[in-house]
Design a protein around this ligand. Structure first.
Ligand SMILES: Nc1ncnc2c1ncn2[C@@H]1O[C@H](COP(=O)(O)OP(=O)(O)OP(=O)(O)O)[C@@H](O)[C@H]1O
Ligand SMILES: [Mg+2]
Length: 246
């Protein structure tokens, strides 16, 4: 049997351990991915990716076509599952969530912007922006107030009541950014967000990401073939042969 003397120091050590852990826990850490593996049949795409992203960082991910950028983004964006590895978003171990909890977590914490805006054609810009807020349980008044604020911020207040087909490509993509931001996510994942835009609209969209970072501390992970955008990021990560090489 353990005596009181051997017991107390044990608990004392455990207690100090927790304090130590909490004190040094990186509170600004948004994403931590450890040793991510993913294969499609016998094609090994990701072979042990490690990644840490802090709040307010803009990370670009580059690499050859087929290198696994979208695959990685879908996994760290919780839209797909790794075969092996661990993923923490805001210190939540994502693999431990069941599908309902994961859908809620995604709705509350993650925004997506894709190459093609994927706005719903039957709905106006403001309605599209409101959808994730409605899914999250916000009232119409609350959601619309927030959506108007975002559309204003993105220079789109006079386009709010137009449907996607009545908007320019750049405007559609900015509406998609507003939709990604409506629930105040921890991180926005963007997969070639300017891939479908001319250079002037691409530049405007890229500047917007940095304005959102500077003014709202928004974190972005952006897969891009646009060299200028990739180089503007705080960190540029290159995927090659299934791992991040820098
Ligand atoms: N669902 C799938 N089933 C089978 N193979 C897939 C699937 N998704 C992707 N792949 C393959 O995995 C590899 C990585 O694809 P991925 O889409 O991640 O590349 P990428 O780096 O985003 O390329 P790009 O720059 O062309 O978008 C490719 O060889 C692709 O064909
Ligand atoms: Mg891709």
């Amino acid at each position: 049997m353990f005596s009181k003397v051997t017991f107390l120091p044990f608990f004392a050590r455990r207690f100090l351990g927790y304090i130590y852990f909490d004190y040094f826990r990186p509170i600004n850490q948004m994403i931590k991915a450890k040793n991510i593996f993913k294969s499609y049949d016998n094609l090994a795409v990701l072979k042990g990716v490690n990644l840490e992203i802090q709040k307010g960082e803009i990370i670009s991910i580059v690499g050859a076509s087929g290198a696994g950028k979208t695959t990685l983004l879908q996994i760290i964006g919780t839209l797909d599952k790794a075969d092996k590895g661990e993923l923490f978003i805001k210190n939540t171990s994502v693999e431990k969530l069941n599908s309902k909890a994961l859908a809620k977590f995604r709705n509350e914490n993650i925004g997506f912007v894709f190459q093609f805006h994927q706005l719903l054609p039957e709905f106006t810009a403001i309605e599209n922006v409101c959808i994730p807020a409605f899914i999250g349980g916000k009232s119409k008044t609350e959601a619309e107030k927030e959506a108007h604020k975002l559309l204003d911020f993105l220079g789109l207040s006079n386009r709010a009541n137009h449907k996607p087909a009545e908007l320019s490509g750049g405007e559609q993509q900015r509406v998609a950014v507003a939709r990604a931001l409506i629930n105040n996510p921890a991180v926005v994942f963007a997969d070639e967000p300017s891939g479908n835009l001319d250079s002037a609209n691409a530049k405007e969209l890229h500047e917007l990401f940095f304005k959102l970072r500077d003014e709202l501390q928004q974190t972005f992970v952006i897969v891009t073939h646009n060299e200028e955008l990739a180089n503007m990021a705080d960190r540029k990560l290159t995927i090659s042969d299934g791992i991040i090489i820098n």
